[in-house]
Write a protein that binds this ligand. Sequence first.
Ligand SMILES: [Zn+2]
Ligand SMILES: [Zn+2]
Length: 366
Amino acid sequence: MVQENLPKQANCNPGVESSHLVVACLGGDKTALERRPVPLPSAGEILLRLRVVGFCGTDLFKLDAGNTPAGTVLGHELVGEVIAVGNGVTKFSDGDRVVVPHHVPCGECLFCRRGNETMCDVFRENLLEPGGFAENILVRQRATERAAHCLPDHITDEVAVFLEPAACVLRGIYRADMDANGAAVVLGSGSMGLLHLLVLGAVFPGVAVTVVDPVPERLATAKKLGASQTVGPGAEALEAVLASTNGIGADAVFDTVGGNDTLEDGLNLTRQGGSVVLFAHAPEEAQARYNLNAVFKFERRILGTYSAALKEQAEIFELINSGDLDPSPLVTHKLPLDDFERGVSLVRKHHALKVLFTPSRGASGL
Ligand SMILES: [Zn+2]
Ligand SMILES: [Zn+2]
């Protein structure tokens, strides 16, 4: 159902509609299409018409947690086409295809200077107005200036849309401080697990990657995408990882599942001195439970990684530009925004890997 919430906003750009459809959170785990005024770009900003937006595990986590304020528009893996530019913008013009992340650090504060850019005070500001699940998206100045990339014709929307999530994955890989010819384990063979496999293959082709998941069909996809071995969790994984690493364990384990059980699995599969990288959301009240000596006596590290900074985004852009990284095989569904709830349910039920949304069926300009 479309909720009317209409504007009295002047529209000074010919060709730009005065209102558009967005997918608004209703305050729990549900959303609804809502008609809103199209935001117009101020100085330094650009307005995009949606081409594709990825549905991310973070979006699902926020919906399922049910505490996202009503009216919020989620979505941050965005490719759009420029339809209006604010004063002073010289980098982009109408018709450009653009990929842009929602979070951009300031570049100057203590966190930025010490390499913890994603902890920067302004980093969590959403620079996409109202959010990616909308037919039109305003890109704020800091993102336009520092983080938006114009896409050459040979990079498809389905590849470019992975820039933001792949950059998050790359940050975790670098934080693990891996050897270029080492051994890695990825726990979970959902879209983020498989993206780890692909990004590891692009930056460290010499790393052997074991993918662990209980679902055989998912493991088959991982095998097809280049996993050196695929196994079920628990004892099966331990045996396979030890057998393939001369009995010492993996240099790094990437946990894309989350929770105590996989953290313990991660520590068991990691060699002495190796790293377990936590890449999954945890509920607010979640507490860890693991053997302290697995960390203390054996120099293992448990690392958090959050989002991505400009350097990882720039590096992923180069990898997709060169063709070394192509995550488009992970896309299983492309649905219009007015099928949003169906897309969410496909991901919830694990019937989809990566779902992309396109403008709603009635949208103009298509
Ligand atoms: Zn994301
Ligand atoms: Zn900063």
